[in-house]
Design a binder for this molecule. Structure first.
Ligand code: GLA
Length: 380
């Protein structure tokens, strides 16, 4: 507000404010408009969050999807840095989880099956015999209840969803709340909260595809990535972790120093061949479990945007759009070709319900599931 008035006053006086990256200073706000209707005729809204520096996010309560994220480059020029669709219809059709909230279990559970407290549970098998991203109708395809407000942290959208006992095969009714806040440090902060009435696996994430040059502006192979991980979880041909935590040293998985995505992605490496590129979970370095710490930093050299990802989660799935093939026509009629976006899906490790050596993903009655992930933007 102060910056806004300051800028406005200078503007009226014909002076240009010296806040180089605040040239789009605005009054922070959150507004809502009709986005469309589901096949059942339910109204779906699109919320627009603006912070005092002019960064803008639009988020819909269908699937909790981040529809757009407008971020300044090093010259203060804004671009939408996430893949997606202009209209709700695009999200109602088949698409690879653009921007979506993913649950009840983000990533894969082998053979769609796990044992918990001596009982075997069978889930939807929607990915070559495995369970992926919550099943046939995961949280990404549900209509969430929404409430919005202005907070000291910035405009905030709270999405709530009650996943019923047995939904997609999962035990227990799970009450979920996801809070999106657009903060003054040009960050989209996501807090995930859940409680259950029966023990159940839970692993919530967001599946935004980023292109820091702007959505649809070519592939992401020139982006320079740094991952704060010494180890990763190697996979089999179904992209299910073998259970090993393998050192990244001497492999194309080593992003401890920044490296371009394209530098090694097509190397004849067993893991890259299995993943068709990077599609792997990295084991994050933590000073202590659950600490909110840097997971990744990505820099796009032509426009200078930097994305930093912080999370309380132990892992991050680094996926580079290997399955994008031009069949999705996105915002502004941009065609999303192979590797036009990358994802950093913060999470517990894939298939944890069956790999008991991994950190547990089981939530029990009386416990509270709380994780935080921050997507923070700056320029260089
Ligand atoms: C995740 C998976 C990928 C792929 C995408 C969606 O990132 O790890 O293998 O399924 O989701 O296309």
């Amino acid at each position: 507000m102060k910056i806004f008035l300051f800028t406005l006053t200078l503007g009226i006086l014909g002076m240009s404010p010296s806040l180089s990256h605040d040239t789009h200073a605005a009054e922070p706000s959150i507004t809502k408009a009709l986005f469309g209707k589901t096949a059942d005729g339910a109204a779906v809204d699109l919320y627009t969050l603006v912070n005092a520096r002019g960064m803008k996010a639009t988020i819909t309560n269908f699937g909790g999807i981040v529809v757009s994220l407008w971020v300044p480059d090093r010259d203060g020029k804004e671009a939408d840095v996430v893949l997606g669709f202009d209209k709700l219809d695009g999200y109602l059709g088949k698409h690879p989880y653009f921007g979506a909230l993913v649950g009840r279990y983000g990533n894969r559970i082998a053979e769609g099956q796990f044992e918990l407290d001596g009982k075997t549970y069978k889930l939807a098998q929607n990915n070559d015999g495995n369970h992926l991203h919550g099943g046939l109708k995961g949280f990404d395809k549900q209509l969430w209840a929404a409430s919005s407000s202005m907070t000291g942290d910035g405009p905030q959208l709270v999405l709530s969803y009650l996943s019923s006992d047995g939904e997609e095969g999962y035990p227990g009714s799970l009450s979920v709340q996801v809070t999106y806040t657009l903060t003054e440090e040009n960050a989209l902060k996501i807090h995930y909260h859940a409680t259950t009435d029966k023990p159940t696996p839970v692993n919530l994430t967001n599946h935004s595809y980023f292109n820091l040059a702007g959505q649809g502006e070519g592939d992401i192979l020139g982006h320079q990535v740094e991952l704060f991980a010494d180890r990763f979880t190697p996979v089999d041909q179904g992209l299910i972790p073998t259970g090993e935590l393998r050192s990244v040293a001497g492999t194309p998985m080593d992003f401890r120093q920044p490296a371009a995505i394209g530098a090694r992605v097509d190397q004849d490496d067993e893991q890259l061949v299995l993943g068709k590129g990077y599609d792997h979970n990295f084991v994050l370095k933590k000073t202590k479990p659950g600490a909110l710490e840097l997971a990744a930093r990505v820099y796009e050299p032509t426009h200078g945007r930097v994305l930093e990802v912080l999370t309380t989660e132990p892992g991050v799935q680094f996926y580079v759009g290997n399955f994008l093939d031009g069949t999705n026509i996105g915002k502004g009629n941009r065609v999303y070709q192979h590797r036009y976006g990358f994802c950093l899906e913060t999470q517990h490790f894939p298939n944890s319900p069956n790999l008991l050596q991994f950190p547990s993903t089981i939530l029990r009655p009386g416990e509270s599931y709380d994780t935080t992930t921050v997507y923070r933007f700056s320029t260089r």
